[in-house]
Design a protein around this ligand. Structure first.
Ligand SMILES: *Cc1c(COP(=O)(O)O)cnc(C)c1O
Length: 409
């Protein structure tokens, strides 16, 4: 019914373009992660060229060293790291990268190692206790550091986001003044940061958060050198088609220009999802069909954690040798482990005659997909293949291309 179904063995893409169908044709018994370096490069270039400030890559979204190098080669020089493990990983993969330790609750040993051994100078915090920790972990011969960039994390609303980050971190309005004041004394550069929640579906999320930044600066009457609007930039998923990223950038730029800050103040952002969602997809095999439930060989403990635990929907397409003319149906998936929780409700729309032995490509899994994979129950896989066809959706191509690549079966 759709040209993507004429997959196996028959040329679906222009000659020389390698795609998921080429891999499915080999009938892999394990799930295969497909990587699209060109898509990650395009996303990184987009942020580097169009965001009206500096873009940090939030490493937790996908810490693959290959991806770190792609993002670096595309011009991203600063990395948002949240654990000593991420500090070590990026420091060893990209020795010249600038690391920013943006988790507001850190172990003192982690701060000390990051500062003294890896040259980390930028830290976030949301309490006076954390500030004390940073100050004492960065002493040298009993002397306080004079080269710290400290970013105070504000609590902001996650109302526009699909995944809330509003309850765990962030100083409350009543605490911000004292915190900014104290951080100013301990820092070389002082910043304010926030996170509007992941997959923010409206630029208004940033406009509202910037109001909070403005109030905080006015109330504390301190000089602020860095305003960091965090992550939350969306990608495309079924039922979640966001406005263009340029609309977010415009809102952020306008709000930044109106802040009472010095002319030389810097604007930062920390995209995770938006930089890497298009980088990866996954080929799974149907091992069994029971009505409208498909038992596939990856799931909640593999790359589909979000699909199982928070009902995230991903685009899917069938990779099969013959055309399907059967009416599409909405399916749910079971993953391979023995656990009932290993269930992805979807719905995932596929041709009604999908059956055991068929291969399905699940798209847009470059962010928070393989990064969450475990080996629970013996279902581990590391098989990856590089492909050069377009991701199943793209925020970065022309609109026409974006539409034609969204496979709605
Ligand atoms: C997770 C996280 C990000 C990335 O968020 P996305 O929604 O993936 O863009 C950025 N900054 C911080 C502090 C985070 O915790």
């Amino acid at each position: 019914m759709h040209k993507h179904h004429r997959a196996l063995g028959l040329a679906t893409a222009p000659t020389g373009i390698r795609c998921g169908a080429d891999i499915a044709q080999l009938r892999p018994a394990q799930p295969v992660t497909l990587l699209r370096p060109h898509a990650a490069r395009r996303a990184a270039r987009f942020f580097v060229e169009k965001f009206p400030g500096r873009s940090l890559y939030a490493v937790k979204a996908n810490p693959s060293p290959d991806l770190l190098r792609i993002v670096w080669d595309a011009g991203v020089t600063h990395f948002d790291v949240a654990s000593i493990g991420e500090v070590r990983l990026v420091a060893s993969t990209l020795p010249e990268a600038v690391l920013c330790f943006m988790h507001p609750v850190k172990a003192e040993e982690a701060i000390a190692e990051a500062y003294h051994e890896h040259g980390v100078r930028t830290f976030s915090l949301d309490t006076l206790d954390e500030l004390d920790k940073i100050v004492s972990a960065t002493l040298t011969d009993g002397q306080p550091a004079t080269d710290l960039n400290l970013l105070v994390r504000l609590r902001v609303s996650s109302d526009h986001a699909k995944l809330s980050l509003a309850s765990k971190f962030g100083a409350e309005p009543g605490e911000v003044k004292a915190l900014l004041f104290a951080a100013r004394q301990a820092s070389d550069a002082l910043g304010i940061c926030f996170h509007v929640g992941s997959q923010a579906m409206s630029p208004a999320a940033y406009a509202e958060a910037m109001h909070r930044v403005r109030d905080a600066i006015v109330e504390a009457a301190v000089t602020v050198d860095i305003v960091d609007v965090g992550g939350g930039f969306p990608s495309w998923y079924p039922g979640m088609e966001p406005p263009p990223l340029e609309a977010y950038f415009a809102v952020i730029h306008e709000a930044f220009e109106k802040l009472p800050i010095s002319y030389s103040a810097e604007l930062w952002c920390e995209p995770g999802r938006a930089l890497c969602a298009e980088y990866g997809s996954l080929i799974v095999r149907v091992e069994k069909r029971r009505g409208k439930e498909l038992y596939i060989n990856d799931g909640a403990y593999g790359a589909l954690f979000d699909a199982a635990h928070i009902g995230w929907r991903y685009p899917v397409r069938l990779l099969r040798g013959t055309d399907s003319h059967v009416r599409p149906l909405e399916f749910s998936f079971y993953g391979p482990t023995c656990d009932d929780l290993d269930h992805m409700a979807g719905p995932f729309t596929l041709p009604g005659d999908v059956q055991a032995g068929d291969y399905i490509e699940v798209g847009m899994l470059g962010a928070y997909g393989s990064a969450m994979r475990t080996a629970f129950n013996g279902f581990a896989t590391e098989h990856t293949e590089i492909v050069d066809d377009e991701p199943m959706a793209s925020l970065y191509g022309a609109v026409e291309r974006r539409r034609s690549n969204v496979v709605r079966l």
